[in-house]
Design a protein around this ligand. Structure first.
Ligand code: FAD
Ligand code: SIN
Length: 527
């Protein structure tokens, strides 16, 4: 058993932000499955939203966030995050993130749903620059230990002695699989932060990396924490359509800088039929549904995103990475349109937290995409999520430091029990179930939903639970099995939440309930 002051699960923007604040006063262990830069943070393109221009105001950013979120946001959270954004950007600049600047000020780009230019960025690969700077600072810090290649399985709780979900199911750490040796160890700490990212890979088409399997959400749920608004799955309108490269995002900033959506059959722009005022810069749910409708109506495989009317130098200068990547695939975006389709992109729902990143369970905090903080509501505004990671990573760390004296040292915990399992003889079961979940989630729980489709998905999930639990109970764990179990749990939470919402709002669009209720209501699931 290994014991530290604070345990952080996840080495993306949220986890490393928390680690650096905590390391000022205590010893921190950061666990990550796979590589340290294997999360979504490293893949972020567009940038980070922050009010930095004199013509812009906090009120504007708050209003834009609430409009995109279809009123389901918690205003207190939106204000908290928006007002902390300039400070978060300053901290990143101090860590050496080389934000694009022009004449002494940061260059601000524009994305859908934003009424002003307010996206701070590093070309079209902001996330990689942020991940690199955070990792360097964490690696250099003597109080931070980084442990990649460790897939966490389940939280260690004292809930067998405590009342469930009454606030007393104390969390003491986690059991994690060393992916190299195959050994499972208990890691304990006074406080644990989940920063495990989203559950995007529950869908067949997703812009998210392979490890986005909802592990933190599923672990928190199994430990007894409430989960909120899981039906709010964001689909990005413009993922590259390519038979070989399945999940390459074309940043929204391409539309922000003048890119137009064209129906390849008619050769005409079509957004005017769906949102005459905001056109290509309407919020993502509106644009994704419009593309989906065009594709279905005209029997298309994709639509075109065209920025070739802008000067070639401008396009190459703003989007150097996307330009090169597409060129390698035979598409010169300065001369030709890019074929695009919507794909799952962001998990708006997650572990319910308060403004200090506290979950329902004592000793357990959470930050970033695995949470539902109240910021995004029914649809996330572009480039608000990295921001949420910085603000809540920081808030969780500061709350832990402020309450340090109230956190007891962890007790001895039982070692992982492998006495009743054997090595799997049928790995194919994992692959088959993984593929099946992702396919029916895409077909039945996608951009447009119906009661019948949701019912079908729920039925499939029920059958798969029996199979996966049986497999989990009999065979030694592997990362694939851990992820499959969590993917299935995430799918179940999404479908259950979607069936509980009897209206259409933001990202949740159900043909059987097309109306939006007057009063916004969160879908909160209690274990
Ligand atoms: P991640 O960065 O996803 O990190 C999760 C960490 O948890 C990883 O280290 C992973 O290994 C670890 N982990 C997960 N499960 C386990 C487990 N069981 N055991 C151990 N470790 C585990 N947002 C913006 O604001 N602006 C953008 O421009 C932008 N562009 C994006 C582009 C793409 C292609 C994608 C996919 C997302 C984009 N987003 C953007 C969203 C944003 O990148 C993410 O929401 C954000 O990076 C999430 O950070 P995080 O720290 O919560 O999690
Ligand atoms: C993008 O660059 O389009 C992604 C921005 C985001 O997801 O916030």
């Amino acid at each position: 058993m290994t014991q530290h002051d604070v345990l952080i699960i996840g080495s993306g923007a949220a986890g490393l932000t928390a680690a650096l604040v905590l390391a000022e006063r205590c010893k921190v262990l950061v666990l990550a499955k796979g590589a340290l830069d294997g999360g979504s943070t490293n893949w972020a393109q567009g940038g980070i939203a922050a009010v930095l221009d004199e013509g812009d105001t906090f009120d504007n950013h708050i209003r834009d966030t609430m409009i995109a979120g279809a009123g389901l946001n918690r205003r207190e959270t939106v204000e908290f995050v928006v007002e902390h954004a300039p400070q978060a950007i300053r901290r990143l600049a101090d860590l050496g993130v080389p934000f694009n600047a022009e004449e002494g000020s940061l260059h601000l780009t524009r994305e859908g749903g934003h009424s002003h230019r307010r996206i701070v960025h590093v070309d079209d690969a902001t996330g990689a620059a942020v991940q690199k700077a955070l990792l360097k600072a964490a690696t250099d810090h003597p109080n931070v230990t980084l442990l990649p290649g460790h897939a966490c399985i389940d939280l260690i709780t004292g809930r067998h002695e405590a009342e469930r979900y009454s606030g007393s199911g104390r969390v003491w750490g986690v059991y994690a699989l060393d992916e190299a040796s195959g050994r499972v160890e208990a890691y304990t700490a006074r406080a644990t932060i989940l920063a495990t990212g989203g559950a995007g890979r529950v869908y067949q088409f997703s812009t998210a990396p392979r490890g986005a399997t909802g592990d933190g959400i599923a672990m928190a749920w199994r430990a007894g924490a409430r989960i909120s608004n899981m039906e709010m799955m964001q689909f990005h309108p413009t993922c590259l359509y390519n038979l070989e490269v399945k999940n390459f995002l074309i940043t929204e900033a391409v539309r922000g800088e003048g890119g137009r959506l064209i129906n390849p059959r008619t050769g005409k722009r079509f957004m005017e039929f769906y949102d005459a005022e905001r056109l290509e810069l309407a919020p993502r749910d509106v644009v994704a549904r419009a593309i989906d409708a065009e594709i279905k109506r005209f029997g298309l495989d994709y639509v075109h995103l065209d920025i070739s009317h802008m000067p070639a130098e401008f396009v190459r200068g703003h989007f150097p990475n996307i330009y090169e990547r597409l060129l390698g695939l035979g598409i010169d975006m300065t001369r030709a349109p890019i074929p695009v389709v919507p794909a799952q992109h962001y998990t708006c729902g997650g572990i319910l937290i308060d403004l200090a990143g506290r979950t329902d369970l004592p000793g357990l905090y959470a930050a970033g995409e695995c949470t539902e903080s109240g910021l995004h509501g029914a649809n996330r505004l572009a480039s608000n999520s990295l921001l949420e990671c910085f603000v809540f990573g920081d808030a969780a760390a500061r709350d832990i430091l402020a309450r340090w004296d109230s956190f007891d040292a962890p007790p001895a915990v039982r070692p992982w029990d492998e006495s009743r399992v054997t090595d799997s003889d049928e790995e194919v079961v994992i692959k088959q179930n993984w593929t099946e979940i992702r396919r029916f989630m895409w077909n039945y729980v996608g951009i447009v939903r119906t009661n019948k489709r949701l019912e079908r998905a729920a039925h499939r999930i029920k059958l798969l639970f029996d199979e996966v639990n049986d497999y989990y109970g009999h065979f030694r764990v592997s990362t694939d099995l851990i992820e499959l179990r969590n993917l299935l749990q995430s799918a179940e939470l999404i479908v259950r939440s979607a069936r509980a919402r009897h209206e259409s709002r933001g990202l949740h669009y159900n043909l059987d309930y097309p109306q939006t209720e007057a009063a916004p209501r969160d879908t909160i699931l209690v274990p």
